[in-house]
Design a binder for this molecule. Sequence first.
Ligand code: ADP
Length: 569
Amino acid sequence: MKIKTKITLGVGLLFLMIVILSVISAVYISKQKSDTQKILTANYNSLEYSKNMMLALDKISADATQIQTFRKNLALESRNITEIGEKDSYQDAVAHFENFLKTRNPESEKLIRNDLAEIMRLNMNAIVQKSDKAIATAQTATTWVISLGTICFIIAFTLLFNLPDNIARPIRELTESIKQIASGNYHERVHFRGSAEFEDLANSFNSMAEKLDEYQSSSLSKQLMDKKRVEMLISNMHDPVIGLDEKNQINFINDEALKISGLVREELIGKTAPEIAVNNDLLRELLRNAALEEKSEAPMKIFADNKESYFEQEIIPISIIPTGETEKKDAGKVILLRNITAYKELDFAKTNFIATVSHELKTPISSMKMGTQLLKNEKFGMLNEQQKELLRSIEEDGERLLDITGELLNLSQAESGNIRLNFTDCNVSALVNAAISNNAVIAENKEIEILTDFRTRESDTVKADFDKTVWVLNNFLTNAIKHSGAGQKIIISTERIKDKVRFSVQDFGKGIDPKYHSRIFDRYFQVPEDYLSGTGLGLAISKNFIEKQGGEIGLESEINKGSTFWMML
Ligand code: ADP
């Protein structure tokens, strides 16, 4: 049955009972009232008249007015005859009174008194009878009221004890089940019987729980599938991958990573990466780099695939925003090692090729230069102007070729590690002056003034390879002259920073767009807008020379304001 019908029926029945109870009570009370009224008018008044007549009769011999009183009461009694036999007694009393008035003898007075006594007796009897009837009516009313009251009480009691529980119990059960569902127990079901509404509610709830259950198991299997797919993908990758969680525990590691690190998968279970790294050099280095959270520039040399292999390490920090939160949370990191051995091998081959070619070219170019020198000698014959011009151009090209082969040889030596550094205590001012004297002529030709700003002491030295360092300063200075306008200034300054010396060459030329700064030290790079003569190798070689000596190199430049190339040793 519907809960609404139950409430309607219960309350309705109670209401009906109360109405019936009220009606019955009203009916009986009014009946009681009319009975009392009847006794009063029909019998009590007759008794009163009879009593008055008796009293008048007592005084009638002494007081003639009492005849009138008697008659008046007799007339009133004539209008109030209600009982059986009362009328006869009344008529007798009238006849006996008339007789008394004529005879005035005590016999007839006695008869009157008998008649009046009879009237009084009849009325008294009637009062007793009516009173009994009224008592019976009151008793019936009481019975009715008690019965109906009991029924009302039972209904109200039933409603009071059953209805709240009937409503509250399913709500309580439902709340409990919702809590279960919220905590992930999708197997929870509810069963309500006896109330159509709650049965409907239970059915809806159960179908919702069933769908959630189905959704959860389907999404769980989907997630498991996705997880497996990602794991397969990672394990099939040719590059080693290691995943660490936020507690530095190894979350996943692919076969390649196991192979190069010499680790065994079973030994990793339940251990943190630093614990494993205690006995594993590679993992130790990887973790050290991961802690720095920056991509290391130099590739890692690892023995893998039965040869020396090169790997580029990349650390990818993982952060997630948990559901319902706004702040990002650290979820660990992925260490990716990219195998660049093939590129490195190609690079070596290219460097060796360049080194061989430039070395092989040096001798024929030098002999070509010597040939041109000899041709210029007038002892071997006179040259006309055209021939002289041709010879000059051949000489210039030879010079350029020699420069290029020299730079290429320098670069390939530096890159292949075949560079031999001769570290000595080099005087700072001597390094600068050597570079200046090398460029004095070309500076003069362009009317450029080279100024020095030594903020180091005369005796200050740096541990460096003198020739290579002068080569770098030379390159800075040549570039500065090349990119300065005629008549401009160039400032070479030196300055001590902690235990190092910074050399900088500042020009006031056209400057370099910041978008090229990161590539300016790359091999063969030249600023696209100004392809002047050059190879784009000078700064790459400079970087190599300085870094090989444990120094740093850099630039500060703004367009139209000039550039400052610096190195720190
Ligand atoms: P290059 O042989 O071309 O001079 P570098 O490696 O020495 O090779 O220089 C690379 C490029 O950097 C140059 O081509 C030039 O565009 C730019 N560059 C170097 N120095 C300066 C400078 N002082 N002012 C402006 N541009 C410069």
